[in-house]
Design a protein around this ligand. Sequence first.
Ligand SMILES: CC(C)(COP(=O)(O)OP(=O)(O)OC[C@H]1O[C@@H](n2cnc3c(N)ncnc32)[C@H](O)[C@@H]1OP(=O)(O)O)[C@@H](O)C(=O)NCCC(=O)NCCS
Length: 214
Amino acid sequence: MKRIIKSTDIIIRNITDKDHYDIESVAKRAFWNLNMPGCDEHYLVHRLWNEPCYISELSLAAEVDNKIVGAILYSKAKIKTNHGNIGVLTFGPLCVDPDHQKMGIGQKLLLESMRLATENGYQAILICGVPTYYPKFGFKTADTFGITMPDGSNFDAFMGYELRKDALKGVTGKFYEDPFFDCDVHDEAYMKAVDEFDKSFPYMEKKVLPHQWR
Ligand SMILES: CC(C)(COP(=O)(O)OP(=O)(O)OC[C@H]1O[C@@H](n2cnc3c(N)ncnc32)[C@H](O)[C@@H]1OP(=O)(O)O)[C@@H](O)C(=O)NCCC(=O)NCCS
C-alpha cells in the first residue's frame, strides 16, 4: 500500500554538491523505460551541474525522511525575435522517484521554484513537458504566445508560463534551449557514453514498451 505523506513531511530545499548522485539516481528511476528503453536523463543531469546554462539558485531538491525523492533543475534559454534575443527560463528534468509519485512532491517543487524565479525577477518559462501535467499549474501551449520551436513547429508538449503578467505579450519568436541539450539518443557514441555512465547506478532492465516515443 502506498504511504500517505503529509505536506509538512516534504522538505523543498536548494541542491548541494553532495546531492548530485542522489538526484541523478532519482532521474534514472523516474525516466527509466518511460520515453525509450532505459533513459539518458540521469546522464544529462550529471553533465548539467557544471554547465554555464544551469541555474543553481532556482534548482531544488525534495527530501522525505532525509532521502532525496525529487528535483527540478533550471537552465537559461532564449527566444530569438526579429528585434533580438529575450532571455527566458526552462527546466528539466522535473522528476520524482516512482515510489513517491502522486503525493504532491512534483507540485511542490514546481510551485516553489516558480515562486523563487518570480522573486528573482525572471520573466517567463518555456518547456517541452508532459502536456497533461503542466496546464493545471497555468502553463499554456506556446502558440498562445506566438512562440514556436526553432523549426517553426508547435505541439501540445511545448508550453509557456508568464511569471510576470503579460511578460510574453507581443513577443513573437523561436525558442532555443542551450545547445548543451542537443543530444541524440540515436547517436551510437552518445548512447555508449550513457550506458557506461549508467554502470554507477543499480541495474535496471531496459524494456521496449508501447508508449515510448524517443
Ligand atoms: C510528472 C511528475 C514530475 C509529477 O510529480 P508527482 O509528484 O508525481 O506529481 P504530483 O503529486 O505533484 O501531482 C500533482 C497533480 O498532477 C497529477 N499528475 C501527476 N503526474 C501526472 C502525469 N504524468 N500526467 C498528468 N497528471 C499528473 C496528479 O494526479 C495531481 O493531480 P491533482 O492535483 O488533480 O490530484 C512525476 O510523476 C515524474 O517524475 N514522472 C516521471 C518523469 C516525468 O515525466 N517528468 C516530467 C517531464 S516533463
